[in-house]
Structures are given as structure tokens and as C-alpha cells.
Design a protein around this ligand. Structure first.
Ligand SMILES: C[S@@+](CC[C@H](N)C(=O)[O-])C[C@H]1O[C@@H](n2cnc3c(N)ncnc32)[C@H](O)[C@@H]1O
Length: 270
């Protein structure tokens, strides 16, 4: 079996089960609206049902459920699901929250679209991907969505601060689509890089947003580190703020394609 990037461990994925992570997850800036135009454009089959893998608080699943007949939202974090259920649209009758691992959750296909927002990198690709194709309708896709802030004027110092305080010291850069394709688990069809959207955020919320990351969970960081990180980040961004607010540019990428089937056991791809 090919080696995964070292930091993508099941243990690090469990950090999303921390109450403190779930509590500040909504400080991540929302996906740009255009993400949903792209995702909905990928739904061409009936029934218009979607499966959202690693749905978290439903940043993808809740808006998708507004437009589709049905959405199954799978996540292994009870804390994230509980928050998501309480957010707008979280209690829609056509949105079903399923608590457990995507790799072995019992599902109700067919789905015209499978989505994964900032989540698929955490999963066991060799187990999960081969099970996805049979869940899809004939023209169904797996779409992976990522968002991030465009580099800010304070980016270099921010990167240094994160490197100092992150509890993940073995981070390895990777390209998820390439990793999946190398393993013969996925055939990419296309990707859209969406134009950045401008958002305003308070310094406090901006600081909290970093603690929604697995690598900066307040439940794993020594409390003195969490305190120092917050102090130093606040000092860093203060000169760039206006009335306590920062201007941020959120961009997103949607990549989609076909998950491939091959025997999960036996080890080698065709
Ligand atoms: C960064 S959050 C993304 C949440 C949401 N999709 C979004 O776009 O905001 C990653 C989520 O994946 C979930 N997750 C990680 N591994 C998982 C697995 N094997 N099965 C189900 N959920 C998983 C975590 O619990 C977490 O809620």
C-alpha cells in the first residue's frame, strides 16, 4: 500500500470530535456561493440526491439540501453534527445526519452527486473510494471542495506562527487528486477555481477560526501555547484591521471526477 502524507492520521482526524473545535468551526468563512452553482451543475440524474462525506457542521450539506431532493450527511464527529443540526437548515426534513465513518456507514443509494468538503484527505482512501462508484447514478460524480484565504499581507508571519504552535510537526504537502489517481482510485474529470470573495471578519473570530483546525485544537495545544498563539496573532493582524475588522479574500476549488472500483483487499490496482 502506498504511503499517505504523514500527518493524515486517524488520530488527527479525531480532533474534529473535540467540543472546542466544533464550537469555533463556524468561524471558518463560508464557501463562496459559486461553489453551489458548480456542485448543482454536476447533478444531472434523477433522483436528485447527494451524499456528503465528512459533512461536519453541514457547510456543504445544508445549502445543498435546499436545492436537492435529499442529502445524506455522514460524519464521525457527534460534536460537529450537533452544531450542524442547530445551524440554519440543519433540521430540514430532507437532510439526514448519519454519525459514523464514511468508510463503513450503511447508505441509501443511488446518489447523483457525492461531495466531500475539506474532508476526504482524512479518510481511508483504499477502503472508501472503491465503495463510492456503485453508490452513484450513471452520470454521477464525486466532487471535492476546498476553500482557503488568499495570502494576506501578514501571511509570512502567520505561517511562521502556525509552524511554531501547530501540534502537527510532520506536515507533508500533497495534492489529493494526484494521490487518488496514483492509487488508481479516481479519474479526474475537471476542476474549477472560483473567484475570491471578499469577507469581513472580526479579529476575535479570525483567531478562533484557526482553532477549528485539527492541528490547532485547543484540546490538544498546551493552554499556554493556545494563549500565546492568540496573543501573537492578535498583535500581528491588529495593524491591518479597521475598527477591529479584517478584510479577507476567500477562494475555493471544486475538483470532480469518477471514483474507481478495484478490490480493496488484494492490494494492487488494475
Ligand atoms: C475539516 S472538516 C470539514 C467539514 C465540512 N465538510 C466542511 O466543508 O466544512 C472534516 C470533517 O471530516 C470528518 N471526518 C474525518 N474523517 C472521517 C471519516 N473517516 N468518516 C466520516 N467523517 C470523517 C471530521 O469529523 C470533520 O467533521
Amino acid at each position: 500500500m502506498m504511503k499517505r502524507p504523514a500527518h493524515l492520521t486517524p488520530e488527527n482526524a479525531t480532533h474534529f470530535q473535540h467540543e472546542s473545535v466544533a464550537a469555533v468551526y463556524d468561524r471558518r468563512l463560508p464557501y463562496p456561493d459559486e461553489v453551489f452553482d458548480v456542485l448543482l451543475g454536476l447533478v444531472t440524474d434523477q433522483p436528485r440526491c447527494a451524499l456528503d462525506l465528512g459533512a461536519g457542521t453541514g457547510d456543504l450539506a445544508r445549502p445543498l439540501a435546499e436545492q436537492l431532493a435529499w442529502v445524506d450527511a455522514v460524519d464521525m464527529s457527534p460534536a460537529m453534527i450537533a452544531r450542524g443540526q442547530a445551524f440554519p437548515g440543519g433540521d430540514r426534513p430532507n437532510l439526514r445526519w448519519l454519525e459514523g465513518r464514511a468508510e463503513d456507514m450503511e447508505l441509501a443509494p443511488p446518489y447523483a452527486l457525492i461531495t466531500a468538503g475539506e474532508s476526504l484527505h482524512w479518510m481511508d482512501w483504499d477502503i472508501l473510494l472503491p465503495r463510492l462508484k456503485p453508490l452513484l447514478t450513471e452520470h454521477g460524480y464525486l466532487a471535492m471542495v476546498y476553500r482557503r484565504e488568499r495570502p494576506a499581507p501578514w501571511q509570512m508571519d502567520l505561517d511562521a506562527l502556525i509552524a511554531e504552535f501547530s501540534t502537527v510537526k510532520n506536515y507533508e504537502k500533497y495534492n489529493l487528486v494526484e494521490e487518488l489517481e496514483r492509487r488508481h482510485l479516481f479519474r479526474a474529470v475537471d476542476r474549477h477555481e472560483l473567484a475570491a470573495v471578499t469577507n469581513q471578519q472580526s479579529i476575535d473570530d479570525y483567531i478562533d477560526s484557526f482553532h477549528s483546525r485539527s492541528s490547532l485544537s485547543r484540546e490538544v495545544m498546551p493552554s499556554v501555547d493556545a494563549y500565546t498563539f492568540d496573543e501573537q496573532l492578535g498583535t500581528l493582524v491588529q495593524p491591518w484591521s479597521e475598527n477591529g475588522m479584517l478584510t479577507l479574500q476567500t477562494e475555493a476549488v471544486v475538483s470532480w471526477g469518477i471514483p474507481l472500483e478495484y478490490p480493496a483487499t488484494g492490494g494492487s490496482a488494475p
